[in-house]
Ligand binder design. Sequence first.
Ligand code: ZN
Length: 133
Amino acid sequence: MISKIDHIGVAVSNIDEAKKLYEEVFGLEVSGIEVVEEQKVKVAFIPTGNSKIELLESTDPEGPVAKYLAKRGEGIQHMALRVTNITEALEEVKSKGIRVIDEKPRYGAGGAKIAFLHPKDTNGVLIELCERE
Ligand code: ZN
């Protein structure tokens, strides 16, 4: 069901400031910046070999990333696992008793289909299932 870690999502106060670490210190390159209105978030992807780092900056004080930052400060917000078929993967995890935040897949940055699982059933880790071409 899972092929790899697709990306690690990091909540930051400011993408322009935070990306300096990855570009200037680590020598990586930001591949694209996109606003995902539905999630009230601005996203920057940084490819790192076989997976990516996803920087997340809130675009709205009521958005999930703003709430995360207010509660816990900057840090790793979620882990995304690549699946080949998200609809099937979602049904399978639900059938095994894992609660989900998204009953149906929704649009994610970079044209992915994504769904979040409930961290209470996943050892406190917010897990995103992610299907992309
Ligand atoms: Zn993500």
